[in-house]
Structures are given as C-alpha cells and as structure tokens.
Design a binder for this molecule. Sequence first.
Ligand code: ATP
Ligand code: MG
Length: 356
Amino acid sequence: MNGATAKPRILTGDTPTGMLHLGHWVGSVRRRVELQSTHECYFLLANMHAFTTRAERSDEIRRDTIEIVRDYLAMGIDPRQSAIFLQSEVPAIAELTFLFAMLIPFNRVMRNPTLKDEIKIKNLGDTYSFGFPLYAVGQTADILAFRPVGVPVGEDQVPHLEMTREVARRFNQVFCGVSEHAEDGEHEALGGTFPIPSADVGPVGRLMGIDGVQKMSKSLGNAIFISDSAKEVQKKVGKIFTGRQSPNDPGDVTNALFQYVEAFIPDQARVAELKDRYARGDNIGDGHIKQEVAEALNTLLDPMRERRKQFEGNDDLIIDILRDGCRRANRVTEETLDRVKRAAHLHFFARRLEVG
Ligand code: ATP
Ligand code: MG
C-alpha cells in the first residue's frame, strides 16, 4: 500500500535483449500509456536479466537499454509521470532476489512453463547459466520491490506473476503472521508486507511473429520493430506466413495475418468484411490484406517515428531520464527492503542510498 490518498501503483518492464516491437505495444506498452496519468508507474529495464543469455555482449545490452528508452518515449510514455529505471541501479531488487530464492522450492522454479518454453525456443539446451532460472525468482523481486497492485504484461508472463503471488503469500505468512487461509485481497490489512499483485493482460496477450508460428519476440528474428521504417514494415508484413495459395481458397481467420487484421485495423466494419470474404474465399488475396495491414501499421507508427526523431543522438537526455527514474525507484524499493528486513529480523540499522 502506498498511502490512502496515493494513486494505485503499477510496475512492469522489458529486457534489453533487442528493441521493442508490436508485441510489446499491444501486450503491455499501450496499457502503460493509458494508465500513466491515473497510476503511479514504474517501468523497469531488466538489464541484469539480459545477461542470462547475452553476458558476452554487454555492450549491446547497454545500447539496447538506451534504445528501449527511446522506444518508450516514441510510444508516448512520459518520464515526468512514469519512472523509467535500470534494474542494475536498484540494489534492493538484487537483495530481495536472494531472500525470495529461500522461499520458493527449486523444483517449483524449474517447472515454470515460461522458463521451459524459453529454454526450448531459444535453443538454450542444457548449457544455460545458473542465472537463467534465477531470473524467474529475480522477476518476483522486480515486482514485489514496488508493492504494486497490478502488472500490465503479455500472456507469457502469467506464470511469472503466479510465482510472484506465491512468494508474496509465503513471505506474508512466514514473516508477518498472515494466516494461510487469508484471501489475497486481505493480506495487507492483516499485516502482510506485500499486496498480492495481479497480472493485467490486455485483449492481445500474445501477438504472433511474422513467421506465423512463434510469438513475436525480439530474440527470434520474427518481429516488426517500433523503429522500423515504413518500407521495412511493408516488407515484413509481406512475409507473414499463412500457407494459403489462392484468393479463392477459403482462408483460416484464426491465422497470424488475421490476428494483425483484428489488432491493427481500427475500422471494425472493415475487419468484419475482410473476415467474411477471407473465410469464404471470395476473391480476396493475402497480398491485398497484407497491404491494408501495412497501411494500418504505418498509420499507427508514423507519429511514433516523429516523436522518436526528437530523441535521436541525444544519449545525455536518456541518461538524465534514467537517473531520475532510478532515484524514484530507489525511494520506493528501499522502503520495501526496510519493511522486509524488519519483518525477517534482518534489520540492524538504517541505510541511505544515493544515485549520483
Ligand atoms: P525476449 O525474446 O528476450 O524474451 P520478448 O520479445 O519476449 O523478448 P520481453 O522483454 O520478454 O520481450 O517482454 C516484455 C513485455 O512484453 C512482457 O510483458 C511480455 O509479455 C510482452 N510481450 C513480449 N512479446 C509479446 C507478444 N508477442 N505479444 C504480447 N506481449 C508480448
Ligand atoms: Mg520474453
């Protein structure tokens, strides 16, 4: 809880394993932009977690971190309203990760379906670092350090949120005397340090990539990026795989192309008409539909491209935004850590943290 008169708090973030794409927009960032004036918002750049798969390319992680901030600004996140911050400069998160790792069984972490999927899809085999599964525990700390009520995320994050809720319940039970029978909504009123946060998944929880097989993902080479030019968008949309042959073949309106039609063509009557004609194979080619999708995307992205231009080449401004975000994030998370330490008998004296 962050005070009776305060705005409800939310936390979410992105890993700098590349730049942001349309999946991030529909899955999380659009919601953040909607919430930023009514909520106290914290947006984390998980730059430590990027080391799980990219430790040997730390220069690229740094570059992507800066570029993602540009993507945020382009998409309409306002740094005066929302704190944009670096995971690596908020030490309470690392400290909580260590403690939370004691509250969750090892096998429970390894059973997390999103981790298992990532190991498979990203071909991590059995040589992934110890830090890779640890990132799932770290994510419970990213979230709980802010004691948020909600976390706007895509569908793939729901298992991480479930683990986070388990850690919060367990902490409140073990260290704050909250009964194991308490309802989630009662935990704070019963003296628990943490609220039990919920996942806020929007209408498009999992946008498919242009391969038509996997979810759009920065690490999988199937993404349309927010920073792509109009031409690149056109070219990538042209590649969306459907497997359909002729304009007169009855088409599958649950395929990846139609997910884009539904997610990005704003005129609902037109969407209904396209679906009807596609399903019947009424002389409508994939190429034509792709053209309409590309136009709709470029209409969405044009103002973002314009806004992005204002921030090109100015890294100092981005660093200032991050510095301010880290200060704000540290204020909240140091308060959380203080409460955690008191509850867990780890409190010996106060400490003061400063970001230069
Ligand atoms: P990586 O390939 O490194 O896992 P990613 O593209 O999956 O990257 P993340 O940084 O893992 O992106 O995810 C950031 C946020 O964006 C999360 O809330 C996630 O659920 C959401 N998100 C990512 N991809 C999609 C997608 N294709 N559809 C909907 N939401 C998505
Ligand atoms: Mg991901």
